[in-house]
Write a protein that binds this ligand. Structure first.
Ligand code: AMP
Ligand code: MG
Length: 411
């Protein structure tokens, strides 16, 4: 009897247990750190903003002197951004600009639209300012000593700005995982090498290589592309042996199924070990994880993805993405999902947990791509994401389903 397929969550847990953080680190210029993973908590040495400052162009006042909504007061000083003023003399206002420090004694800013400059230079304050209005308080964004970005965070543009706002020009980040990528399949032809009208019968263009490389790069990896490996045991072993030398992970597509032309699994077993094979997920059943030993010591992680393009794409997002993020020390590696209304029928759920390609229909619901075959890559380009459908679950219009957006999975 065949062993039952491993549930996806168990496979993911086993995979993450193997994904120990890579040794080493880089010091990245903050300008170049988008997408990198921060290794230390970023702790603020200062208050942001550093002092109380004006949120408007206008006049800094003592609110108690403007209670009647018609006060006329002389302007005792001018405080542009980048300078500091003097304490505000009683019975006067200060001309002030956005971002300039509020002078001692002033407790409110009145925007210039609510003021009128008289011919003699004095200012009529035509409003009744509340104490504190239009003042941005020191530390209201960040307090001294606060952790503004936690270790293990994947940096995004806002965080680069945040790091800069506490004075960090460079950051200690995880080393990029070095990944060797190759495709197997004697039918594969690289686009650009043979024109469509000259494609030999039985051949297809290698599409997996293009999206896998881009996906790896988006996840922060440095990719070595080892091209197409022929469907022969020896060639497969040679490629694996070679790839193990200088890489943290070897990622392959195709050849990991059960046919005689599938050489990846026995080759990995010969050169190391295979820990995981075949997962109860659709698309994507023929997924493999193991290690390839390096001569001397150590090993490279090995992940074998299915050859069918959609299976390859989906299993990358579900399993490889969390794995390579965890190698970089990312803690939060699981995609978030939302409950969304299905506006489609899926009369019979599969035995395996299924990831259906869907997209928003503009009425707050999801529509299903017409062809869910694992070979139809159009579904992945057309879709906004996938519905994570439990085994055996039928879907009727109006049902709430678990939706994971590609925006969540591709970033
Ligand atoms: P395999 O897993 O090697 O049995 O391949 C399963 C299916 O995926 C076959 O139809 C292959 O032709 C196709 N396939 C495998 N590798 C690729 C690739 N790199 N690009 C496009 N299709 C592929
Ligand atoms: Mg094949």
């Amino acid at each position: 009897m065949r062993a039952p397929l491993k549930p996806l969550d168990d496979a993911l847990a086993e995979l993450l247990a193997q994904a120990l953080p890579l040794a080493g680190h880089d010091i990245a210029d903050s300008f170049d750190a988008d997408g990198r993973v921060l290794l230390d908590d970023a702790v603020s040495p200062l208050q942001v903003p550093p002092q109380d400052n004006s949120a408007m162009d206008g006049y800094a006042v003592r609110s108690a002197e403007c209670l009647d909504g018609d006060a006329v007061l002389p302007v005792s000083q001018r405080i542009p951004a980048g300078s500091t003023g003097q304490p505000l003399a009683e019975g006067t206002v200060a001309r002030i600009f956005t971002g300039a420090p509020v002078p001692a004694g002033a407790d409110a800013v009145v925007m210039q639209e609510d003021c009128e400059v008289l011919d003699d230079g004095r200012v009529r304050v035509k409003a009744r300012p509340e104490a504190g209005q239009w003042i941005r308080r020191s530390g209201e964004d960040i307090r001294r000593g606060a952790t503004v970005i936690a270790a293990g965070t994947r940096l995004s543009p806002a965080e680069l700005g945040l790091a800069a706002s506490i004075g960090l020009a460079s950051l200690r980040v995880a080393r990029r995982p070095r990944v060797a990528l190759f495709s197997t399949g004697d039918e594969l032809v690289m686009p650009g090498t043979v024109a469509p009208e000259h494609m030999p019968p039985g051949s297809i263009y290698n599409s997996n290589r293009f999206f896998l490389r881009a996906l790896l790069q988006r996840m922060g990896c440095e990719v070595t592309d080892l091209g197409i490996v022929p469907d022969r045991r020896e060639a497969t072993e040679d490629a694996l042996r070679q790839a193990a030398l200088a890489h943290d992970l070897i990622l392959t597509s195709g050849g990991v199924s059960v046919g005689e032309e599938d050489h990846v699994k026995p080759a990995v077993q010969a050169l190391g070990q295979l820990d995981l094979w075949q997962i109860s997920v659709k698309p994507g059943k023929p997924f493999a994880y193991g290690r390839v030993a390096r001569p001397g010591e150590g090993f490279a992680h090995f992940i074998g993805l299915p050859g069918n393009p959609v299976s390859s794409f989906v299993t990358f997002l579900l399993l490889v993405r969390p794995f390579v993020l965890r190698l970089q020390g990312v803690q939060q590696v699981l995609p978030r999902y939302v409950e969304v209304r299905a506006d489609f029928h899926w009369p019979r759920g599969d035995k395996r947990r299924e990831f259906l390609r869907v997209r928003y229909n503009g009425q707050g619901g999801l529509e299903l791509f017409r062809n869910q075959s694992s070979g139809v890559l159009t579904s992945a380009a057309w879709g906004d994401g996938v519905v994570d459908n439990p085994p055996g679950q039928a879907i009727a219009p109006g049902d709430k389903v678990r939706f994971i957006a590609f925006s969540e999975l591709l970033s």
